[in-house]
Design a protein around this ligand. Structure first.
Ligand code: FAD
Length: 413
């Protein structure tokens, strides 16, 4: 049985950043990176964006070239999943039956894209977009696709929809709720994004369920809605959320909820086991109910850096400001902060100009700012989140008053 001082499970954004931070920080012990995907660790955001529309090769997605990995002391075990954790013995078991022991385990296994529970969901041409292999399949199908249906009006569905439109494919987005991006943004932004897609030719069916995916000879031919209407399609994209990959930790006795529960140092309730990235539900001062699970590159990277610092002997609680971006057509949405529990929203600027922001307030505290094509507001918002500003201060709605003006006159809560 091989032993490593640190075993990192999951070679995505968080796990890879973890080994980069450890090696850059001068960690001299042994490190293993175990991942179930065979490819060189790569960036996910382009999978729904440039990777689908441009001539981007999968190599260009790599965080670091093969030469870096070959020259590093990190031992990669790729193409193999960890199926069990024994917290007492400090070991993990891989699907090929191997056992690896650890001093410290860092769990960065992300999540699985939620599958559609409807009949026909297994047909060829029905895809989630979570992994490079998913995007490769979709990319192969676009040349022969005239009509696509996107199920789910969240970021993954909308970004993929935008990319398919760019490729000239007819796109219909079906969303069960009455508006887009319900979980992640406010009404002004959702309305702007919907209108943008509609101008680009996307059809939306909101408040609409799917009863069956129809097919012929094993390949999808259409989507049957609960209303009985059938949408013909050669390609169906399913973007209906993520299930955190934490079963192995739960089986080992870790406390789990919406993800595996960790404290401010990203420690799970198991000894010497940390969790970071999309799978971790962490204690946070940025939200009133104290726990967050974020699906963002920022969170994966910054949690990895915080835990690396702890393991390098510089214990560091994780409290980085959450931020996020999405790219659809020529629009760039940037978010600073977390919208959870906001009770009012202030629009800055005119959405019709294609450049505006929304400030979300929790009482008199700035909870978050969404900025569409407004880098200045976004940059300045980063210093304003968590500070007090009177929600009825009319200057907040005046885009001529820079957000930084409020920083100097406000207090950090
Ligand atoms: P992942 O990057 O998913 O890595 C987890 C890895 O662990 C995966 O390789 C997985 O296969 C592996 N794994 C799972 N179980 C096991 C196991 N048992 N054993 C071994 N390995 C295992 N965020 C943004 O901020 N902006 C964006 O524009 C954006 N766009 C996105 C577009 C797409 C298509 C996707 C899928 C995500 C996007 N995100 C974006 C989210 C961002 O990519 C994730 O938040 C980030 O990848 C999370 O990193 P992670 O390491 O926690 O999980």
């Amino acid at each position: 049985m091989s032993h490593y001082d640190i075993v990192v499970v999951g070679a995505g954004h968080a796990g890879t950043q973890m080994v980069f931070a450890l090696t850059a920080g001068g960690f001299t012990g042994s490190i293993a990176l175990i991942g179930d995907e065979v490819s060189i660790p790569y960036e996910r955001p382009p999978l729904t964006k440039g990777y689908l529309t441009d001539d981007m090769l999968s190599d260009e997605l790599a965080f670091r070239a093969e030469a870096w990995w070959a020259g590093s002391t990190v031992e990669r075990h790729l193409g193999t999943a960890v199926v069990a954790v024994d917290a007492d013995a400090h070991t993990v078991t891989t699907e090929d039956g191997g056992t690896i022991s650890y001093g410290t385990l860092v769990w960065s296994a992300g999540g699985e894209a939620r599958r559609l529970p409807t009949p026909g969901a297994q047909l060829d041409g029905v895809h989630v977009v979570r992994k490079l292999s998913d995007a490769e399949h979709v990319k192969r199908l676009v040349a022969t696709t005239r009509k696509a249906v996107v199920i789910g009006g969240g970021y993954i569905g909308l970004e993929t929809g935008a990319s398919l439109r760019k490729l000239g494919i007819e796109v219909t987005v079906v969303e069960a709720l009455d508006r887009l991006l319900q979980r992640v943004t406010g009404e002004d932004i959702a309305a702007y994004i919907k209108a943008k897609h509609e101008r680009e030719g996307v059809e939306f069916l909101l408040g609409t369920g799917v009863s069956e995916i129809l097919g012929e000879d094993g390949h999808v031919t259409g989507v049957q809605l609960t209303s009985g209407r059938v949408l013909p399609a050669e390609l169906v994209i399913v973007g209906i959320g993520l299930i955190p990959n934490v079963q192995q930790l739960a089986d080992a006795g870790a406390e789990v909820g919406n993800g595996v529960l960790v404290d401010k140092f990203c420690r799970t309730t198991l000894p010497d086991v940390y969790a970071i990235g999309d799978c971790a539900s962490f204690e946070s001062d940025w939200v009133p109910d104290d726990r967050l699970r974020l699906e963002s590159v920022q969170n994966a990277n910054d949690q990895a850096k915080a835990v690396a610092n702890t393991l390098l002997g510089r214990p560091q609680p994780y409290d980085a400001l959450p931020w996020f971006w999405s790219h659809q057509y020529d629009d760039r949405l940037q978010t600073a902060g977390v919208l959870t529990g906001y009770d009012s929203a202030v629009l800055r600027g005119d959405p019709a100009t294609g450049k505006f922001s929304v400030v979300y307030m929790r009482g008199d505290t700035v909870a978050a700012v969404d900025a569409i094509n407004n880098v200045k507001d976004y940059a300045q918002a980063k210093s304003l989140i968590g500070r007090t500003v009177a929600a009825d201060d009319s200057r907040l709605a005046d885009s001529a008053v820079p957000l930084k003006a409020f920083v100097t006159e406000s207090q950090l809560v």
